[in-house]
Design a protein around this ligand. Structure first.
Ligand SMILES: [Ca+2]
Ligand SMILES: [Ca+2]
Length: 52
C-alpha cells in the first residue's frame, strides 16, 4: 500500500525504522523523538525532558 498521503507510515526517509509521520527527525537516522520539543533530538539532547 503506497500513497502520497502516507496515512499509514509507508515512508521512512532516513531508513531508521520509524515512519516519517512518527519521526520528529525524518531526515536524521540518529534521532527519532524530541520529548521537550526544543529542536534537539533526545539522543543528542543533554536534557531531553527540559527545553531549557
Ligand atoms: Ca525515520
Ligand atoms: Ca530536545
Amino acid at each position: 500500500m503506497h500513497s502520497h498521503s502516507d496515512a499509514s507510515e509507508t515512508m521512512d526517509s532516513d531508513m531508521d525504522g520509524v515512519g516519517d509521520n512518527a519521526d520528529a527527525f525524518p531526515q536524521d537516522a540518529t534521532e527519532t523523538i524530541d520529548s521537550d520539543m526544543d529542536g534537539v533530538g533526545d539522543n543528542s539532547d543533554v536534557f531531553p525532558q527540559d527545553a531549557n
